[in-house]
Design a protein around this ligand. Sequence first.
Ligand SMILES: [Zn+2]
Length: 321
Amino acid sequence: MRDGFAVDADRVVVALDVGGTGMKCALVRPDGVAVHTERHPTDAGRGPSAVVATILDVADGLAAKARADGLTPVAAGVAVPGVVDEARGVAVWSANVGFRDVPLRDLVATRLGLPTALGHDVRVGGLAEARLGAGRGTGHVLFVAIGTGIAAAHVVDGVAATGAHGAAGEIGHILVRPDGPRCGCGRPGCLEAVASASAIGRRYAELAGGSPEVTAAGVVERATAGEPLAGQVWREAVEALADGLATGQALFDVATIVLGGGLAQAGDRLLDPLRMALRERLTFHREPRLVVAALGDEAGCLGAALLALDAAGVGDPQEER
Ligand SMILES: [Zn+2]
């Protein structure tokens, strides 16, 4: 327990996780507890300027809500998808929100009059899982979010590496099947073209010959029920994931791999075969602990709060274990 913790009790940070469809927002205490949460639609179709205006209004509203409740907002943190230059605080590029070189950190800081941090959604999600969630207490963590795409965050002692160009962690674009399906990035055989939740649904539909759309969760259900085709598609995806994670482990030698995103909801039906497949691929590397994420879709918002707390130099939930 830290000295001055009682003084921290009335301080909060304003946190926003801006996604393609919705914004998850919260007021978060220095110990990592959200004391107030809100959700707002992003309505990305309105264009980036309108989205930025909404972000500023929502952030301002949260700071006002804090003050009205007798709390002191001390900083703000915003997480966005796409390519993010965290050092300059710029949302460089985003396919689903439409950002092109938006200096979001300075815009929020000016509007709120508070120190502000801007982060990448998956990296801050990984930060939250590493410091407050399933990777808590293990130092070296690889967080892998498997949804419509696959992206990762490598967190060491509570800090997520951003890379020299803000593009670290693109594990979804590790080449795993050179003859495989073409990825959204243009190259055939990327991990996310084979093993993302969307890729699993697509592959099943393809092999089933024009059967109606089946989600990845549906494929897992059918595989568990013993349907051979679903079993084959699921096996292919798990093996590709194991190839990707083995590469990740060779590079990062982490203690814990935390699986997040929609596919992680498969739980043991993902963890058990993936653990076996990963074990087969590791030679001298130590096997990481393989677990599913603990914070659900709150991870991005809590991670944005952690960035804000770091920016303000207030509190450190990691030390509160
Ligand atoms: Zn790719």
